[in-house]
Structure formats: structure tokens, C-alpha cells
Design a protein around this ligand. Sequence first.
Ligand SMILES: Cc1cc2nc3c(=O)[nH]c(=O)nc-3n(C[C@H](O)[C@H](O)[C@H](O)COP(=O)(O)OP(=O)(O)OC[C@H]3O[C@@H](n4cnc5c(N)ncnc54)[C@H](O)[C@@H]3O)c2cc1C
Length: 370
Amino acid sequence: MDILISGAGMAGLATALDLSARGHRVTVVERASHFRVNGSPIDVRGDALGILEKMGLLDRVREQRVLTTELVQFVDDDGEPVGRPRSADIGDSPDDLEIAREDLANILVDALPPDVEILFRDSVRSLDDDGTGVDVAFASGHRQRFDIVVGADGQHSRVRGLVFGPEGDFARHLGYYVALADLPDEVRPHRMNPMYNAPGRLAGIARYKDRALAVLMFRSDPIDYDYHDLDEQRRIIVDAFAGTTGWKVPQLIEAVRVDPELYFDSSSQIHMRTWHRGRVVLVGDAAHCATSLSGRGTSLAFTGAYFLAEELDRADGDHVVAFERYETRQRPYAEFAQKSVDAGADLIIPPTWEAIAARNERLDGVAPAR
Ligand SMILES: Cc1cc2nc3c(=O)[nH]c(=O)nc-3n(C[C@H](O)[C@H](O)[C@H](O)COP(=O)(O)OP(=O)(O)OC[C@H]3O[C@@H](n4cnc5c(N)ncnc54)[C@H](O)[C@@H]3O)c2cc1C
């Protein structure tokens, strides 16, 4: 089959690999000018590990494993540690693999066969599904017909918007925003990844390998902003931390001002009753974003991509049957991940000084210096 995948994130790349391995002709369209490999380390958990093994990638992922979450310690105004999250609260299992998002993305990109075509700096402008195929018009003006279109274009999916309706119909805002910015001055040997709280704010440093990232989170009602306008996003973050000057917050905010690859997004989940319509199907965050607090977005991308490719094979190309079966297999994973975020915000971003003090009481002791 000729298959178009919109989005070259984790879900798009995994789907491209799984579909091309089964003999489909795959085209991937990515809005950015390059693979967007930045981001803090992410977890691969549960059945996604078995999927990586079937894809022949598990050993490479294991080799690149990092320890970031285990080194998290909350700190006070002076940077003195006050305690660590209990492992029960962060839901880690010893089998989980934590890996830098860029390393995982590079492993997937390296594994792509040469006949997978990648169209950078482009996106789907319109889709016309006439029942026997989908005519796609791209923003570049190029037009092409495909047997199937896969929307793997993330939380703010363009394909979902075109086929299923506006984001507001599916998004559930969890009440906070997340930003990540490169922090080159903080790269050094370390024994902890410090996280500082002010009411409704978290500012921290995630160090791994030879990288350091500023991690900023804040509580807020939904904000209306342009997802493509980085300067507007910078202003929102700076405003949210105005008056918060404890610990290294001003330095972290400076990183937000200068990083050209700044990542900023709302913590919003996507809930849909169905992930397919006609010859169009959604995978990854486009279908069922669970937010970073679940720690399972990437694992969901792997299971979904694999189930979709396997079911297309099993149904011998009957997309109606395949999409139904894909959805039946993937939905329990998505629901579990989406439910797992409930207590997370109270641990990470307590809303008041009293709540911060109460949270600190519940932490495990400070880790010994290594
Ligand atoms: C730059 C970046 C950094 C991230 N950092 C973290 C992190 O630190 N921690 C964490 O838990 N999660 C992070 N995430 C989200 C995490 O990658 C996903 O939750 C998870 O891996 C599921 O992946 P996905 O492919 O469904 O979505 P995403 O990883 O969001 O990928 C979607 C892809 O689609 C592309 N795209 C968007 N719109 C269009 C369009 N109209 N046309 C074509 N392409 C389009 C995007 O550029 C992106 O490459 C990050 C995502 C991105 C894009």
C-alpha cells in the first residue's frame, strides 16, 4: 500500500519503520526542517520494550540508557536538597528504560530504510478521501494520492483537525504548562537533578550524558497562543515566572530567552471515541496524548505503531478491519496511561507554600553524595 504518515516524531518514525518492514511504500511529511530530536530523557516501559525487541532495536536502546529521574531531588531557595520523590510516586519499574529523546529518535532515524521518503518543511493542507484512496494536497502545492493516511503529528495534530474536528472537542487541559530549554552552562558531573518549587511553579535542571536542560512548569488555565510562534511562547513563560527569583530561576529563564529549539506545550490530554475515519487513522499523541506526566507517551507511540502495522497485515490490507483491531488493542494502554497522571501535579507543582511544605514532608530522604 502507499501510505502517508504526517509527523516524524516518535509515533511517525515508529509507524514508518513498522509499515516499511511489512512491505508498504511509506512517505513521511514533517513540518519542521529537520528531525526534531530535542527534549528531556523519556521512558520506554511495559509492552513497548517487547515491541522494541521485535523491531530489533532493544539492545541499541539499552546501550544508550541514562539515569535522570532517579537523580531528581527537590531543593530549597539555596539549592540545598530537601528530599527525593518516592519511587512509588513516579511509578518507575526496574525494567523501564530511560533514554535521551534525541538518542531514541536517532536510533529510529538510522533504522529507516532508504526507500522511506521524508518530506521536510511541508504538511498536509487538505485531504479528500473518496472511499478508494485519499487525495492529499500539501502546503507546498504538491499533490499525491495514497491508500491510507496516518496522522502522527502530535498533540495539536493537523490531520485530526482536518478529519475529526477542532482540538477543543478532544483536549482536556490538566492545568499546567511545560517548557524545556538547553542549558549549556550547567553541563558538568553531577549527583542530582535539582528541582525547585514556588507556588504553582517548578524550575529544575535535567542533566544527562553531556547535556543539561532547564525544565520549567507552571500552573495556568488554558492560554490561547500560536503553537508556531516561539517568541510568544517565550513571553508566556517569562511572564509566568515574573517575581520568582529563588534558587537559579533567573538563569533558567534566560535559557528560555535564547534557545532556538525551545519546547513549550500545555499538559493536555486528547480523548477521542474513535481514532479512525475512512482511510485516515491516528497514532501517538494525535490520538491519545497522555501528557509527559504519564511518562508513557513514547511507549504508547511504539505499541500503537506496531499494532497498526500488524493488523493491516493480518487483515490483508482491509483497512476497515485493521483499524478496528488496532484500536481495540491499543485503547487499554492509552486509558491506563491517561489515568496514571492524577496525583502527579500535586507532587511536582504544589499550588501553595503550605502544599510545598506538606509535599516535602512526604519525600524520601536526601540521597547520599556519590
Ligand atoms: C521537540 C519535542 C520535544 C519533546 N520533549 C518531550 C519531553 O522532554 N518529555 C516528554 O515526555 N515528551 C516530550 N515530547 C512529546 C513526546 O515526544 C510525545 O509525547 C511522544 O513521544 C509521542 O510522540 P508523537 O510522535 O505522537 O508526538 P510528537 O513527539 O509531538 O511528534 C509529532 C511530530 O509531528 C510534527 N508535526 C506537527 N504538526 C505537523 C504538521 N502539521 N505536519 C507535519 N508534521 C507535523 C512535529 O514537528 C513532530 O515532529 C516532545 C515532543 C517534541 C516534538
